[in-house]
Design a protein around this ligand. Structure first.
Ligand code: SME
Length: 165
């Protein structure tokens, strides 16, 4: 199989994320392996979404700790305690966290010094947190509420397409 991400216009973010969601559904169709689907989700986002230096997953491996999963970008911190950093805070709060300036976020964990802004979206399976989708950008204020809802939609597609047990 050769999957070619189709170019999407960026002038309307809602349309952009609607089209990207369709491409992700097509990419994951017929596969239930969570690691495989997380890997292809991070690869598609990395290919299609501009101005990212890191995109990938952290999985909740116990009640206290996230462990890095498939990603695109520089090698990253492997383990993050729940409640620590942007990722651990998103798990604790069970909601997305949008950080316009990572230097202004108390406890931000710098895995790639190029990162200036960050968006972390929890992976929710019927209210149960499985982990997070984490996006970093070298541009301050790169992410807005439309990116947040678009990425929440992509995370939901990846969760629903996969077996997590
Ligand atoms: N910045 C994150 C750590 C993960 S890296 O960005 C890949 C945090 O503060 O949780």
């Amino acid at each position: 199989m050769s999957f070619q991400g189709q170019a999407i216009r960026h002038d309307c973010k809602a349309d952009f994320y609607r089209e990207l969601a369709g491409q992700l559904r097509g990419l994951l169709h017929g596969e239930r392996d969570a690691i495989a689907n997380a890997a292809n989700t991070s690869a598609l986002i990395s290919q299609m979404v501009p101005d990212l230096n890191w995109v990938g997953f952290y999985f909740l491996r116990s009640a206290e700790e996230l462990v890095v999963g498939p990603f695109q970008g520089k090698p990253a911190c492997v383990r993050i305690a729940v409640g620590r950093g942007v990722c651990g805070s998103a798990v604790e709060q069970r909601q997305s966290i949008l950080v316009e300036d990572v230097h202004a976020f108390p406890g931000h964990i710098a895995c790639d010094e190029a990162s200036r802004s960050e968006l972390v979206v929890p992976l929710l399976d019927q209210g149960h947190v499985l982990g997070v989708l984490d996006l970093d950008s070298p541009i301050p204020g790169r992410f807005d509420r439309e990116d947040q809802s678009g990425m929440e939609g992509l995370a939901a597609i990846c969760v629903e397409a996969s077996d997590w047990a």
